[in-house]
Design a binder for this molecule. Structure first.
Ligand code: GLU
Length: 298
């Protein structure tokens, strides 16, 4: 918990897999407003761990759009992909403690196993993102067998043994919440068991969103996380990783999500709300602030 003399550190952490839209503008501007109000600063992090979807041209566009909105950052952005190869430490630490297992199931294999179980009449648990819990035999493979399969080139992810992790950390951690003005809004208990055995290293990448985000928040000294409500439940899994790795937990505010013209949550594919499309139509940064429900810049 930041002490009274500690400067608050906020971050905006977009993934360069599309153009920023009004929802991102809300997130970035709210972060900047709260950082200014609390006398802190705002960092930029480019969350580019997904090699399939992230593109340098989107990163360049993000940086340009943020500058157009009037945001500046005191440090060059941290790029996850560039940093992660250099830091296998957190994953190794968890592996050595017997908290991880290799998962050889592909998505289609998992879908087949889940369908089989559900056909037998048992509804299979899903995590808060709707992904089915691990359904294969991987958690029970002996280390020898799993290592042999991996050595023979079988692609695999690494999953957290959530039940064992929760036993290890003791009392379930809570999430320190902030309101939309950045004021303390009390604690809520986390419900990490709802996530099951989360993936901490993907088949194609030696990390995952959940692991990278907690490691990078700690690496950047982030004290205040302000992000969309779609990530609120992910925080429950993040609190477990912070407890396991001994990382200081930030306080969290999850802001409302904006809906698009179709009433659905804005997506990067909704071209009409992309900041660059609005800019081309003559919108100003003040129009953006007003539209996302923020008052004039102070
Ligand atoms: N990179 C994530 C996104 O673009 C945000 C992650 C976070 O703020 O924790 O949706």
């Amino acid at each position: 918990m930041p002490g009274p003399t500690m400067q608050p550190v906020f971050r905006f952490a977009p993934s360069p897999n599309g153009f920023l839209h009004l929802g991102h503008a809300l997130s970035a501007l709210l972060n900047a407003d709260l950082a200014a109000r609390l006398g802190g600063h705002l960092l930029l992090r480019i969350e580019d761990i997904d090699p399939e979807r992230c593109r340098p041209e989107y990163e360049a566009a993000i940086i340009e759009d943020l500058a157009w909105l009037g945001l500046s950052f005191p440090e060059p952005p941290l790029r996850q992909a560039r940093e992660m190869a250099a830091d296998a430490g957190p994953l190794d630490a968890l592996r050595r403690r017997g908290l991880l297992y290799r998962c050889f199931c592909s998505r289609s294999e998992t879908a087949r196993l889940v369908a089989e179980r559900e056909a037998a009449g048992t509804p299979w648990p899903r995590d808060p993102d709707g992904a089915p819990f691990h359904a294969g035999p991987c958690a029970d493979l002996s280390e020898r067998e799993a290592a042999a399969r991996a050595a023979s080139g079988a692609p695999h992810a690494w999953r957290l043994r959530m039940a064992r992790a929760l036993e290890e950390i003791g009392p379930v951690p809570s999430v320190r919440c902030l309101d939309a003005q950045g004021r303390d809004a009390g604690d809520r208990p986390a419900r990490p068991a709802d996530w099951g055995d989360v993936v901490l290293a993907r088949r194609d990448v030696p990390t995952s969103y959940h692991l990278a985000v907690v490691v990078d928040d700690a690496r950047q000294g982030v004290t205040h996380v302000v992000r969309g409500a779609d990530l609120e439940r992910a925080t429950d899994a993040h609190r477990v990783l912070q407890a396991l790795l001994g990382l200081p937990p930030p306080a969290y505010h999850h802001h409302r999500l904006l809906a698009g013209p179709d009433g659905q949550k804005l997506a990067k594919s909704t071209r009409s709300t992309a900041l660059r499309a609005l800019r081309a139509q003559g919108w100003t940064p003040a129009d953006v602030r007003r539209t996302v429900g923020l008052g004039p810049a102070t």
